[in-house]
Design a protein around this ligand. Sequence first.
Ligand code: ATP
Ligand code: MG
Length: 422
Amino acid sequence: MAKTIQAIRGMNDCLPTQSPLWQKLESTVKRVVSAYGYNEVRMPIVEVTNLFSRAIGEVTDVVEKEMYTFEDRNGDSLSLRPEGTAGCVRSGIENGLLYNQEQRLWYMGPMFRHERPQKGRYRQFHQCGVEVFGIDGPDVDAELIMMTARLWRELGIDKHVRLELNSIGSLEARAHYRSALIEYLEQHIDVLDDDCKRRMYTNPLRVLDTKNPDVQAILGDAPCLADYLDPESKAHFAGLCELLDAAGIEYQVNQRLVRGLDYYNRTVFEWITESLGSQGTVCGGGRYDGLVEQLGGKPTKAVGFAMGLERLVLMLETLELDDVRRSVDAYVVTAGEGTMLAGMKLAEALREQMPELRVMNHFGGGNFKKQFKRADKVGAAVALVLGENEVSENNVVIKDLIGGEQITIAQADLVNKLKEFI
Ligand code: ATP
Ligand code: MG
């Protein structure tokens, strides 16, 4: 036998048994973002590498070690997108969507990062992102958080996520803070690990979200970003908190929350769950007023978030909230001369009259017992049975596969009668 070929580590198939849950998640997301008047944008999966190093920042985990970068046949350096914001901004600038106007956008699709695969962390994963351009906030910042809160309620996971919030101020305020932080870290250089030492001068804020407990211990007395915030950022943050309080959305201010990517300013937030172990962040976002200009556009206010769909699917599975409906409603069972054709016609007529109904025909023959077994296996609610008698009299038997009873009715009454079962 020939050797089988396997998928790339960390890049998973979505199998037929899993796709109903994915579809439910995706359709709920689409419904919620549409309810706020947001429009979908679809960007390419591959972009020039420069876009990501300029947008995300050279000294970030994503750009330093997680990107899938390759040369194409022209010798250009291209990368599989590790996130969506950079491509969304590139597209907005290129297509003239951002200049002097508001945009409320969302996207959904695969992202790629070369990380160590584990539960909740994959090399091809899926995000839904929402980005708003041209609005100063904090009202729109609050709307984005309210939108995510609504999504959690609709998915039934609102009791299992909590919101962390922070303001990281303006770029200038952060520059002041940066120097103070570096000075403090220099005094504790003996405690820092190699990663922290390397980041200390290039991206010292990243030291704040280290997982190293020894470093965490000295960070308790480190200068606090909140003390360096510019008055405008302070007012923005106070405004956001007020709106969230009024909307009844609970949050914790976490002064260590800085987020991994360089382009954020002012508001940053994360939704975190305890139900997935260490890969607990299901959604992260914030304001990035400098990015459009950094990528060559006119200065444009911007705010957005991205959520990891695998982690949400895992939550729905772990919490056993995957009450996804069966994928077949009615299973057509036939036996006898000419009944197969009659069964296919009946199914076609039903699809015509009940477009939402999922009807599956049994193929390959076999006695009724075998066919009913198959109907059970696909999870159908009813079997529609046609023998030679039913066909000649234009009747059909509805067999309730859950309750067990069965009735014979005229085919003409089938649509009405079926509604009682499904
Ligand atoms: P983490 O700290 O977990 O690595 P991150 O800060 O790198 O997350 P973002 O770049 O903010 O993540 O991406 C937004 C969301 O996308 C994350 O909150 C997470 O839910 C999801 N995500 C990020 N990387 C992965 C991955 N490798 N596999 C699955 N989901 C991911
Ligand atoms: Mg990461």
